[in-house]
Design a protein around this ligand. Structure first.
Ligand code: G3P
Ligand code: CA
Length: 267
């Protein structure tokens, strides 16, 4: 059951390879054995669900275009590794230059029954996204009772509305509410308890977290998975404070910190 010491590879092993590419997911999934692949999904003009963090191709594609105004064919012309090679010359690899934007179906085909944390990004600008997403996940048999029971396919969003839609489409689906800084502290226990009835975990900004807030969330019945925990000092602090796992660009480092905490390795 994936509810303890959970390593969620944020955009893949994105500290080492260009985010949201097969290069990055291969590294986290096959080489680092992270528990989950994290995916941000958007929809193209012709209704294809694709994986990318931003709403435009500008940053990682080094060109101009908005996903919802582009067809899949147009998006497939874009290469999304050069920005990484330019920014991190010490990590640059030639084959990163060939990396393209994956569709969700391509990812699910390649990694099969792996564990996924899928974020509905900007769901307000993609009407019908939740329907489309559940359809694709069903097609790949990723929303079976067993997988839901074991938290193997999780939908995450900053939009509570999007999570409500998902739970209406698939009662019992595993959901995580992403929280901007200050959000959880601004909510009453009563409001949070209503959300906890269909949301199993919260994903706060790690800078917002301390032992007291983690304990409060646990007391309300949530697991706690902060984003995005990339340095060892923060990892160590929050593991000691009681997090259940985290989103990280460095899945290898987080796994190591959990093992140190478990007494499996000594430093
Ligand atoms: O989904 C967790 C974390 O990824 C949220 O922030 O902006 O990196 O998608 P972002
Ligand atoms: Ca995300």
């Amino acid at each position: 059951m994936l509810n303890k010491n959970v390593v969620i590879a944020h955009r893949g092993a994105s500290a080492y390879a260009p985010e949201h590419t097969f290069a990055s997911y291969d590294l986290s999934h096959f080489d680092m054995a992270a528990d989950y692949i994290e995916l941000d999904v958007h929809m193209t003009l012709d209704g294809e669900v694709i994986v990318m963090h931003d709403e435009t191709i500008d940053r990682t594609g080094l060109s101009h275009g908005t996903i919802k105004e582009m067809t899949l064919d147009e998006i497939k012309q874009v290469r999304i590794g050069k920005w990484f090679n330019d920014k991190y010359p010490e990590l640059a690899k030639d084959y990163y230059l060939e990396q393209t934007v994956p569709t969700l179906r391509e990812v699910l085909k390649r990694y099969g029954q792996a564990n996924y944390y899928i974020e509905t990004k900007a769901p307000d600008i993609y009407p019908g996204m939740e329907d489309k997403l559940t359809g694709i996940l069903d097609e790949f048999q990723l929303l079976t009772e067993v997988r839901m029971k074991n938290y193997q396919t999780v939908i995450q969003s900053f939009s509570l509305e999007s999570l409500i839609k998902m739970s209406q489409l698939k009662p019992g689906i595993t959901l995580l509410l992403l929280c901007k800084k200050g959000m959880l502290r601004g909510m009453t226990d009563e409001d949070l308890m209503k959300i906890q009835m269909f949301v199993y975990a919260v994903g706060p900004n790690y800078k917002d977290l301390d032992g007291e807030l983690i304990e409060r969330m646990h007391h309300l019945g949530f697991l706690v998975f902060p984003y995005t925990l990339n340095n060892e000092e923060d990892m160590e602090r929050l593991i000691n404070e009681g997090i259940d796992g985290a989103f990280t660009n460095n899945p290898d480092l987080l796994r190591k910190q959990f093992r140190i905490d478990n007494g499996e390795i000594f430093e």
